[in-house]
Design a binder for this molecule. Structure first.
Ligand code: DGL
Length: 283
């Protein structure tokens, strides 16, 4: 892959959507439903997924490699459709790397828009967050929500087995019930008053049927895709200088760092449409 010259990098390009694997597809489909006119490139780092239990250094290194890869594809705006990458790498990339790489480009995450949009959905102010070990340990949701709504009680539970269940297409099978039930019980042991649960991992909407099966009817479960999509649309409306850097022919391209055949098969199931992917390397 050739490096972009300064001139090419000023041309408008697609919006980049990144995840460690397939989970970001749940965000991509909401974004495309709301803004079908834009061009998108989706990248899944399937060869190195899952990210959830990896160290800060690894998640940061992999995410930075992905961001640079998107910039080489001509993207001006990249969405980290991955809570783990948003929790562990986004701030450093925004504050340290972007000013050096290209201060006119933007990398946005999924935690802030989710926290902004959904904290008010709870009636009693008790919110549960389900996420990867990395996301929960980072305390990012607690931090973002407390900045906006200091009275809300946020309780996290890490579910390290859930991403492998989704990545290995076991999410609708009986084996998944054990792990789903186990973590929901632990969450409610920590705070029995929770009335709203945020799925703080882009893979988890695939487990929605199992999750709702083990919850009291009064507990709301929220997938973040719709809220991230609305926040992106509002961002582009508020930033016409970025909007004009995003091409609008309604196209989508898929890339994976692992087998394109496998990615195509899996992604087609997630998205209910034919997906043809290309293989790429990030280093
Ligand atoms: N889907 C991602 C997230 O939202 C990452 C899952 C993983 O790779 O562990 O956190």
């Amino acid at each position: 892959m050739e490096e972009q010259t300064g001139l090419e990098s000023r041309k408008a390009g697609p919006i980049g959507i990144f995840d460690s694997g397939y989970g970001g597809l749940t965000v991509l489909s909401e974004i495309r439903a709301l803004m079908p006119e834009y061009d998108y490139i989706y990248l899944g780092d399937n060869a190195r997924a899952p990210y959830g239990s990896r160290s800060y250094e690894r998640v940061y290194q992999f995410t930075l490699e992905a961001v640079k890869w998107f910039f080489r594809q001509g993207c001006h705006l990249v969405i980290l459709a991955c809570n783990t990458a948003s929790a562990k790498a986004l701030r450093t990339i925004q504050q340290i790397n972007l000013p050096e790489l290209d201060p006119s480009k933007r990398v946005l995450g999924v935690i802030r828009p989710t926290a902004e949009s959904i904290a008010t959905l709870s009636e009693n102010g008790h919110i549960g967050i389900l996420g990867t070990e990395g996301t929960i340990r980072s305390g990012s949701y607690e931090l973002e929500i407390s900045k906006l709504y200091p009275d809300i009680t946020v309780t996290g539970e890490a579910c390290p087995m859930w991403v492998p269940l989704v990545e290995n297409r076991e999410y609708h099978k009986p084996g998944a019930d054990y792990f789903v039930q186990q973590h929901l019980e632990k969450l409610f042991e920590k705070d029995p008053l929770i009335d709203t649960i945020i799925l703080g991992c882009t893979h988890y909407p695939l487990l929605m049927n199992k999750i709702t099966q083990y919850l009291p009817k009064n507990v709301k479960v929220i997938s973040q895709g719709k809220y991230v999509a609305e926040s992106l649309r509002s961002y582009l409306q508020r930033h016409p200088e970025m909007d004009k850097n995003c091409t609008k022919k309604g196209s989508i391209q898929y890339f994976t760092t692992d087998s394109p055949e496998k990615f195509g098969q899996q992604a087609s199931i997630f998205l209910n449409e034919q997906v043809d992917a290309l293989q790429t390397n990030l280093e």
